[in-house]
Design a protein around this ligand. Structure first.
Ligand code: 4GX
Length: 260
C-alpha cells in the first residue's frame, strides 16, 4: 500500500511509520508514506495556507490554491489512489471499512486544518469522507495516522503472524477475550484453569464464550442487526440465565436492605 498524505504537518503523519510493526512494514517495502504539504506551494512572503470563509464567522479555511496544488502533486505520484478526506461528516471508520481500504494499492489521505476545505474542492477532488468518530479533532492528521495503522496491519506480511490479525477484536466481530501471562498468581488473582489445561478445544470454546459475554455486557450494539449462529445463540442464552440467577439471588437477600 502506498499512502499519500496531504497535510500542513506531513512529517508528523510520517512518524506513524517510525515505530513497531509499521516501521518493519516500511523497511520491508510493504507500505510507503509520502507527505504533500500545501505550504510548499505557497508563493507569498508569509507562505499563507489559510483563507477567510465567505459569510464571515470565526475560524479560517484551507486556502484553495495551495491545497489544490499539494493534492494534484499527490495524485500525480499516486495515480491509482482514491482521495479520502478525514472529516466528522464522513463514514465512521470501523474494521469493515478498514478491510475494504486494505485491498487498495494506493490511498491519498487529505487532512484538513482550521474549519475545513472549500466545498467545491471536496466535491471535485474527494472520493469519500471518513470520520474517526463523533468528536472534534484539531485536524485530520490523527485520523490519517489511525487509518494508516489499522489498514496496514491487514496487508499480508505486515504482521509477523497473519493469524493474530484475524484473532483481534472485530475481525471475528466480537470483542476480544481476556489474556493472561505469568505469574499464575498475581495479587491473589489466578489465571483461569482452562488456559493452563493444554486442552486446545476447550480453550477455543472458552475464548469464544468470553468474547461473546463481554460483547453482551459492554457493547450490546454489536448484537444489533446480526444473525447469531447456533453456538453463539446458546452462549448468549446461558449468559443471560447466569445473569438472571445472579440478580434474583441479590434481590432475595434480605440482609442487604435492613427490614423496618
Ligand atoms: N474524524 N476533524 C477535520 C477540519 C474539517 C472541518 C469541517 C471537514 C469539515 C475528524 C474526525 C475531525 C476536525 C478533522 C475538523 N474538515 N476527522 N477538521 N472526527 O474532527 O476525522
Amino acid at each position: 500500500m502506498k499512502y499519500g498524505v496531504v497535510s500542513l504537518f506531513p512529517e508528523w503523519v510520517e512518524q506513524v511509520g517510525q515505530f513497531g510493526v509499521l516501521q518493519r512494514a516500511l523497511e520491508r517495502g510493504k507500505i510507503s508514506i509520502e507527505g504533500f504539504n500545501p505550504r510548499d506551494h505557497a508563493m507569498d512572503n508569509h507562505r499563507t495556507v489559510d483563507d477567510r470563509p465567505f459569510g464571515g464567522g470565526p475560524g479560517m479555511l484551507m486556502q484553495i490554491d495551495t491545497t489544490q496544488a499539494a493534492l494534484a502533486q499527490a495524485k500525480t505520484a499516486l495515480p491509482q489512489a482514491p482521495v479520502v478526506y478525514l472529516s466528522p461528516q464522513g463514514r465512521k471508520l470501523d474494521q469493515r471499512l478498514v478491510g475494504e481500504l486494505a485491498r487498495l494499492p494506493e490511498l491519498i489521505l487529505l487532512a484538513g486544518r482550521y474549519e475545513g476545505i472549500d466545498e467545491r474542492l471536496v466535491a471535485e477532488q474527494v472520493d469519500f469522507e471518513v470520520s474517526l468518530g463523533d468528536y472534534v479533532l484539531s485536524g485530520g492528521e490523527l485520523g490519517a495516522m489511525v487509518l494508516i495503522d489499522a489498514v496496514s496491519r491487514l496487508i499480508p506480511g505486515v504482521l509477523g503472524d497473519q493469524a493474530s490479525a484475524e484473532q483481534d477484536s472485530f475481525s471475528n466481530l466480537w470483542l476480544d477475550c481476556p489474556h493472561y501471562t505469568r505469574p499464575v498468581d498475581y495479587h491473589g488473582e489466578t489465571v483461569p484453569e482452562v488456559l493452563r489445561s493444554g486442552h486446545h478445544g476447550r480453550i477455543e470454546q472458552w475464548r469464544l464464550r468470553q468474547g461473546i459475554e463481554r460483547s453482551w455486557d459492554r457493547r450490546p450494539d454489536l448484537f444489533e442487526r446480526r444473525t447469531l449462529s447456533q453456538t453463539e445463540l446458546s452462549i448468549v442464552n446461558e449468559h443471560l440465565s447466569t445473569l438472571e440467577k445472579a440478580s434474583t439471588t441479590r434481590d432475595g437477600k434480605d440482609d442487604e436492605k435492613p427490614d423496618h
